[in-house]
Write a protein that binds this ligand. Structure first.
Ligand code: G3I
Length: 375
């Protein structure tokens, strides 16, 4: 692990006044230590070398114009700084089984070959969710058993195909609403819940486990770090699974957050709910919106500095709340600000990621490194 510490003037003054000490001395106050470490620039070659767990990034691939496989700039960043990738879109149901019985693995195989040939792991995203469902699935006609068979055929075929090449899977994504109820009917409803009922979740995990017993299996969702109703519903589901030996290894916290919400304390408390169950905690889709209220027309040094602090605080919260053995990893949801789904969805300026639109490092990258370096 190559890293050089450049100590800021603040720290030198601290030491000169006898207030500082080397990193082994725990006599400094927590605040002093945090401030000192936040002011201490970490010089590093490879972000992931600062962590003992996967540091991942979601990547565009396949037919998408910004595919990493056609972009030397994106490739270089991934090869230099990350130890795991998630496919942003090309391993979802509509990509892998566009027509019933017709599986299309070429794009995903090319991406996974790139990763594995370069010693980079793969987190599978995603075996089952309510969105990006191919049309034939949406219009599938059958009774509950036939829906279950169709669902398990997809999961079994996909997880079997990638077995040995994928370290972990988001098995089911976003099955709950923020109020803790199951996602069911309506615009963002779930064809799986509507046609099978809540048991589709456990059936998905059993099928994935049988197809790839060696992959870590995650339940993944957004707002788990902020909504108490939602995290409590997931806790109840996991406890039920554990009593009935339904295989599950971890919970993925997507962490699409803003510069101030949710608070660090809430994030830590919600992580701890899963830690206390003995499961792994993985931050699966981290990005930090800095313009949620469209209050800024352009980015500024102040915005970037605030974002550095936020990334530092979130990674620090993860390290503080999640014991080493239960750290599934931290994945950033996108390489360059220009790639972020946030710009497309909200159709506005924002700068949520670690690299800017020209693939230059941002202070946010330093914020992640400083937090990892503290551990
Ligand atoms: O590339 C095509 C473009 O050619 C076409 O003109 C355009 C208009 O249809 O679509 C473009 O594809 C879009 C694709 O992103 C690439 O930008 C799709 O429409 C769009 O649906 C797709 O959005 C993805 C979104 O999931 C779909 O729900 C985002 O990239 C992806 O980042 C996002 O990721 C999700 C996770 O899977 C689950 N958690 C939430 C997260 C954010 O929504």
């Amino acid at each position: 692990m190559k890293k050089t510490i450049i100590t800021s003037l603040f720290t030198l003054l601290l030491v000169a006044c006898g207030g500082g000490s080397d990193s082994t001395d725990n006599s400094q106050s927590g605040q002093q230590k945090d401030q000192q470490n936040q002011d201490t620039e970490v010089v590093f070659d490879n972000l992931s070398s600062l962590a003992e767990f996967p540091i991942g990034v979601s990547v565009p691939a396949g037919q998408y114009a910004n595919s990493i496989l056609n972009s030397e700039a994106r490739k270089q960043i991934v090869l230099q700084h990350f130890s795991q990738i998630s496919a942003e879109n090309i391993m979802k149901m509509d990509a892998l089984q566009p027509n019933q019985g017709q599986f299309s693995f070429n794009h995903a195989d090319n991406l996974i070959n790139f990763a594995n040939n370069n010693g980079i792991g793969v987190h599978g995203h995603v075996l089952l969710w309510h969105s990006q469902v191919p049309n034939w699935m949406k219009s599938f006609s059958g009774d509950k058993q036939q829906w279950l068979t169709m669902m398990k055929t997809h999961i079994t075929t996909v997880a079997t195909h990638f077995a040995g090449q994928v370290e972990s899977w988001d098995v089911v994504n976003e099955a709950f609403l923020d109020n803790g109820l199951y996602r069911s009917i309506g615009d963002s409803g779930s064809v799986w819940y509507q046609n099978i009922g809540a048991e589709f979740i456990q059936e998905a995990f059993v099928a994935a486990s049988q197809a790839d017993p060696n992959a870590d299996l995650y339940y993944n969702d957004y707002n788990l770090s902020s909504s108490s109703s939602k995290i409590n519903a997931v806790v109840a589901m996991v406890e039920d699974f554990q009593t009935r030996n339904i295989p599950i290894d971890g919970v993925g916290f997507q962490m699409h957050v803003t510069s101030s919400y949710p608070s660090d304390d809430t994030i830590k408390a919600h992580f701890k709910k899963i830690v206390d169950l003995g499961l792994k905690v993985k931050i699966t889709e981290l990005d930090v919106r800095m313009n949620a209220n469209s209050q800024h027309q352009q980015v500024s040094d102040a915005i970037l500095k605030l974002q550095q602090q936020r990334y530092f605080d979130i990674v620090s919260a993860y390290l503080e709340a999640v014991p080493a053995a239960q750290r599934g990893g931290i994945t950033i949801w996108g390489i360059s600000d220009a790639d972020s789904w946030i710009l497309n969805l909200y159709d506005q300026e924002d700068w949520p990621l670690l690299f800017d639109e020209n693939f230059n490092e941002k202070p946010a990258l330093q914020g992640v490194a400083q937090a990892l370096n503290n551990d």
